[in-house]
Design a binder for this molecule. Structure first.
Ligand SMILES: Cc1ncc(COP(=O)(O)O)c(C=O)c1O
Length: 408
């Protein structure tokens, strides 16, 4: 019989003994969630504007997800990719019918989906008579994952620190985000693809400009190379559209999804169009778990709710309201708040401070969960279903926290 932990303290004592310490964690143990709220083992209730780092798009225990999960446990959880399964086909159909893409290939995480994109881009170049093209240009301050290739594609030295992880995979170089000239400077004959997030998430909630994305599209078209978007964080409805690229009217050749697609079960996807949708053939890429019926059944329920349950429209409206309310902080603390940025329900407050963590900690004391990325950007990636009232609670918590910290 497993004896359940009865408190945060008791569970964390065991965690310190048994869990590997590769994550810096806040010392609470999440026990359950409902909508935009989570509860820890001591029964404290928190307003959750971290949302599992943009995974809990529909909030916690959304009825459509609970139903899909319950039904799935009574049918089939896994069957291998030697066979088809219905949810995998339904999810691909929904994605294709609501985007520019022609085909969908599955993965188990964001990093794995991006690995799939990298492999696809390199084989595409070879198939099109350019075996010399193997290099991917990605952007400074990007984030694409923690596997060796995606960590190297990530334009932050800390993520692929060569002192620890050498030899790093070859074939990656970096350009400045939102700077087309910088991309052109890197565009040598060995480049097979350009990879970018339409909005940098971990890099500090930085939306690309339309001119930048259109410029990348034109460069790729001129050269016959692929434009790859990483929509792991900003896809699946986060910006108020199914894909973030749909806010810009600039279509990539391939695009990764993950995070909120499965509402909490691990799933990733590579979406591809045109010739890029024909590149990976049997034997060139695959995975035991990818596209399995369990993950896809939850993705099916997620997409159905996003597309037909009014969630995208809600995210657009509430996101706009939230940014407006965050703007009051800039008026009240003009020396400390530099800029409010975002789209739909990914929003950020860039601070004129070296470190935003004291504000995050103060909010935590007030039972409001937010996070700080890129050192000084408060980031909000709550459930898309969060209400205006819940946004107000978060703005008040930050306001009180900044006042207590005597920020100006
Ligand atoms: C834009 C982006 N790409 C890739 C990843 C990696 O996804 P995963 O942690 O599921 O491997 C993340 C995770 O934060 C992300 O934000």
């Amino acid at each position: 019989m497993i004896e359940k932990f009865k408190s945060n303290a008791q569970a964390i004592e065991a965690a310190d003994q048994f869990l590997y310490g590769n994550h810096a964690r806040i010392p609470i143990v999440m026990d359950r969630g409902e909508g935009c709220y989570v509860y820890d083992l001591d029964n404290n209730k928190y307003l959750d504007f971290v949302g599992g780092i943009a995974v809990n798009g529909l909030g916690h225990c959304h009825p459509a997800i609970v139903k899909a999960l319950e039904e799935r446990t009574k049918t089939i959880l896994h069957c291998s990719n030697y066979y088809y399964n219905e949810p995998a086909i339904q999810v691909a159909k929904m994605i294709v019918e609501n985007s520019c893409f022609d085909k969908v290939m599955y993965a188990n995480s964001g990093a794995e989906a991006n690995e799939g994109q990298i492999k696809l881009a390199r084989k595409y170049a070879v198939d099109h008579g350019h075996p010399e093209r193997h290099t991917i240009i990605s952007m400074v301050k990007s984030f694409h994952g923690r596997t060796l290739a995606t960590a190297t594609a990530t334009g932050q030295t800390a993520v692929h620190d060569p002192r620890y992880f050498s030899p790093l995979p070859e074939g990656f170089k970096y350009a400045e985000f939102n700077n087309l000239e910088s991309v052109k400077e890197q565009l040598t004959d060995d480049v097979c693809a350009i990879l970018t997030e339409p909005i940098q998430g971990e890099g500090g909630v930085r939306p690309a400009t339309k001119e930048f994305l259109q410029g990348l599209r034109d460069l790729c078209d001129e050269r016959g190379i692929l434009l790859m978007f990483d929509e792991v964080q900003v896809g699946s409805g986060r910006t108020g559209k199914l894909f973030a690229y749909q806010n810009y009217g600039v279509e990539p050749d391939i695009c990764s999804m993950a995070k909120a697609l499965g509402s909490g079960v691990p799933i990733g996807a590579v979406c591809a169009r045109g010739d890029a949708a024909k590149t990976l053939t049997p034997g060139t890429h695959g995975s035991t778990f990818a596209g399995g019926p369990l993950a896809c059944a939850l993705a099916e329920a997620t997409l159905d709710t996003l597309l037909h349950g009014g969630v995208l429209e809600h995210a657009t409206e509430v996101g706009e309201y939230f940014r407006k309310q965050l703007g009051t902080l800039k008026e009240k603390y003009p020396e400390s708040v530099k800029e409010i940025r975002g789209m739909g329900m990914i929003n950020g407050v860039e601070l004129n401070l070296d470190n935003g963590s004291p504000i995050v900690e103060k909010c935590f004391e007030k039972k409001v969960l937010i996070n700080c990325t890129a050192g000084n950007v408060l980031r909000f990636i709550p459930p898309l279903v969060a209400s205006k009232e819940e946004c107000d609670l978060v703005v008040s918590a930050i306001d009180e926290s900044m006042a207590e910290l005597e920020l100006k």
